[in-house]
Write a protein that binds this ligand. Structure first.
Ligand code: GLU
Length: 322
């Protein structure tokens, strides 16, 4: 029997939805939102809305307002967070959490594992091995001082620099609720990674770990494109002495050409979905895609409570839409 089918009370889940307000949401985003909401609600837990507006160029408050409006249209309400900063663990907009991230950067600096890096993107691209065809960029440690991390601390450059975190040659293994046992080697699969950019912007990896930990999140539900980031995040949890959540990575929704939905797939954007469908039709479609219902039928999120079992979710990396 799966967790949710048993009558045993579950531990209340503190879940969260953490959209980047860089455009209108699409069916893939709300697939994640609905499943995370159901998991939290059916366990009697709570659901947090955190606005991941770290990228000052691409994030817009209007998109954040639109995200809130779209979630409420679907019937997905949150207990904490959002633009009005409801709750005790705010602010819930990452753009307002700089002081908190500074404090955690200091803690990392004290481990002696951070160093300044002045490489440009072009410098880094020039060091990439040709076989890295999956598009991942692995930093080769160009600015890492000799003997680091056991040698002397690196002197601070007199021009803007990125702060990187040294990673050991270590394999991190964790169990994902959908994809099972996962392993990544920090040195080979990630490389020393950025904690703070040269322009002062905070890196996603640091912000997401600090925020999930300080907000008491116990379950992270997100797309499986972020599976590869999880090892870096678990490494940060360990260095910072914070407790990691459990991870549920979801298959990505793909268009009929097999490409992952993006904010450019306008036919499945919230704008089009709202123009042509009711909230119940939209929610019902997601529930069916996730294997919660056997047929596609209109539903409210509340009517689906009790039906979510991670066991019924497709185990593939992709769910192809017709
Ligand atoms: N802000 C990220 C995104 O919109 C999600 C990060 C996460 O869930 O960890 O893709």
């Amino acid at each position: 029997m799966s967790e949710t089918q048993s009558n045993k009370p579950q531990q209340p889940v503190v879940g969260r939805f953490a959209p980047s307000p860089t455009g209108r949401m699409h069916l893939g985003n709300i697939f994640t939102a609905l499943l995370s909401w159901l998991s939290a609600r059916q366990s009697g837990g709570k659901w947090i809305l955190r606005i991941e507006d770290l990228d000052p160029q691409r994030s817009k408050p209007d998109y954040a307002r639109q995200i809130e409006d779209d979630l409420l249209w679907l019937g997905l309400d949150w207990d904490e967070g959002g633009l009005d900063d409801r709750g005790l663990n705010g602010p819930y907009r990452q753009s307002r959490r700089g002081e908190i991230y500074s404090d955690y950067l200091e803690r990392l600096n004290r481990t002696g594992l951070t160093y300044p890096c002045t490489c440009t993107r072009a410098d880094i691209m020039a060091t990439q091995a040709p076989h890295q065809s999956d598009g991942r960029i692995i930093y080769q440690g160009t600015c890492r001082p000799d003997g680091f991390p056991d040698g002397n601390a690196a002197p601070l450059p007199d021009r803007p620099y990125t702060t990187r975190l040294y990673v050991p040659d270590e394999t991190i293994t964790f169990t994902d609720r959908i994809f099972g046992s996962q392993s990544s080697n920090l040195a080979h699969d990630c490389g020393d990674f950025v904690i703070r950019r040269a322009d002062g912007a905070w890196a996603y990896q640091l912000a997401v770990v600090v925020d999930d930990a300080l907000m008491g999140v116990t379950e992270v539900v997100r797309g499986c494109d972020l599976l590869l980031s999880t090892a870096q995040q678990l490494y940060l949890y360990r260095l910072l002495g914070l407790e990691a959540p459990r991870y549920v990575h979801l298959p990505l929704l793909c268009n009929s050409a097999g490409q992952r939905l993006s904010k450019r797939d306008s036919s499945l954007s919230m704008e089009e979905l709202r123009r042509h469908h009711s909230p119940e039709e939209t929610v019902g479609r997601i529930a069916w895609l996730a294997g919660l219902t056997e047929t596609e039928r209109p539903s409210t999120p509340t009517e689906l409570l009790g039906l979510l079992s991670w066991d019924t979710l497709p185990r593939s990396q992709q769910i192809r839409l017709q």
